[in-house]
Ligand binder design. Structure first.
Ligand code: FES
Ligand code: FE2
Length: 350
């Protein structure tokens, strides 16, 4: 079960554009969708099911803004209504589901639920996209694990010491208690380390920003969950004693880890990850270097999560423990459960 009346990232715009006249087929929240560009170049999504014989429309191609089925040539419009089919009268053809879709921040966002409830004003706002003061680089992983395992992972950074021992891990993470706060539908988990040595990834970032990589630093991690499954993490290091997170820009290297987690099925998800930074935003080579570093780090998480999912699927009745370090994930799951219950009860009363 997924929250459906909400916005998820469906794909990066570049993924869709790279396909040329082919649509993009993608399962989101257990719904098979076909994404394409309509007659005015606007992004559209319809059910990936041809009303003629059920072929996947995503195997077809886009002709003048209509999605032509690759089986017998039926042409589907952006609204889920058949436009034409060679040699057939199409008026009686049943409409298929179409989805509310919006292009923003270089991504295609989809509202898998009731399109009449889709509200662009509910789209999250991110200051770092389309902003020359910031640079952004990221990527996409398909992860064979429940999307909530990724939320647990990102809302608990103690795992860095073990999973990412050679890049961002350090023992001080475990030694420093974290603080979890729930503010409405938002969960904030933070940890501040004082006077520590920066781990390799942050030494690289310090050098890139003209700081001595061997200097002692104050390091922070501030994870923010907002529903349905967006996690932004303020991360960085500042020269020790300069104010940590609040230090002046010339004393620190810092960025925002951007995570858009989109459920595919109950045991798989699309993980759109990236990093937005304010230091040296014009340096494209640095963006590539950070992307490569982050991609390697998240690959380590992916291996852990997929095997964790395999274990859980094999032993579904086994109870898992909940410790202090799990509070960020636990609180985030509570918000998801509450919104899911609300959505389901409003459907019943509607
Ligand atoms: S199944 Fe699509 S046109 Fe026949
Ligand atoms: Fe990780």
């Amino acid at each position: 079960m997924f929250i459906k009346n909400t916005w998820y990232v469906a794909c990066a715009l570049t993924e869709l554009e790279a396909l040329g006249d082919k649509p993009l087929g993608r399962t989101i929240c257990n719904e098979k969708m076909a994404f394409f560009k309509g007659p005015d170049g606007q992004v559209a999504a319809v059910e990936d099911f041809c009303p003629h014989r059920g072929a996947p429309l995503s195997l077809g191609k886009v002709c003048k803004g209509h999605l032509q089925c690759g089986y017998h040539g039926l042409e589907m419009g952006v609204d889920g209504k058949t436009v034409q089919m060679p040699g057939q009268r199409v008026r009686g053809f049943p409409a298929i589901k179409s989805y509310a879709v919006v292009e923003r921040y270089g991504f295609v966002w989809v509202w898998p639920g009731d399109p009449t409830k889709a509200d662009v004003a509910k789209m999250p706002v991110f200051e770092f996209f389309d902003n020359p003061a910031w640079a952004y680089g990221g990527g996409l992983y398909h992860v064979k694990a429940d999307y909530r395992l990724m939320i647990d992972n990102l809302m608990d950074l103690t795992h860095e010491t073990y999973v990412h021992a050679n890049s961002i891990g350090q023992p001080e993470i475990d030694e420093t208690p974290c603080e979890t706060k729930v503010d409405g539908d938002q969960v904030i988990l933070q940890r501040h380390m004082q006077g520590v040595q920066a781990p390799p990834f942050w030494q690289m970032a310090m050098s890139a920003n003209g700081l001595d990589p061997q200097a002692k630093v104050d390091r922070w991690q501030i994870c923010r969950f907002t529903p349905p499954s967006h996690i932004m993490i303020d991360v960085g290091v500042a020269l020790a004693g300069q104010g940590g997170f609040d230090a002046a820009p010339e004393h620190k290297a810092y960025s925002v880890v951007v995570d858009f987690i989109t459920p595919e099925t109950e045991t798989s998800h699309w993980y759109h990850w990236g990093m937005a930074r304010q230091f040296k935003p014009e340096d494209a080579a640095l963006t590539d270097k950070i992307r490569a570093g982050q991609g390697g780090i998240f690959n380590e998480d992916m291996e852990m999560l997929q095997l964790q999912q395999a274990n859980i699927s094999q032993w579904p009745e086994r109870k898992l423990l909940m410790l202090n370090i799990d509070s960020g994930g636990v609180q985030s799951r509570r918000i998801i459960d509450r919104l899911l219950a609300q959505e389901n009860s409003s459907e019943i009363t509607a």
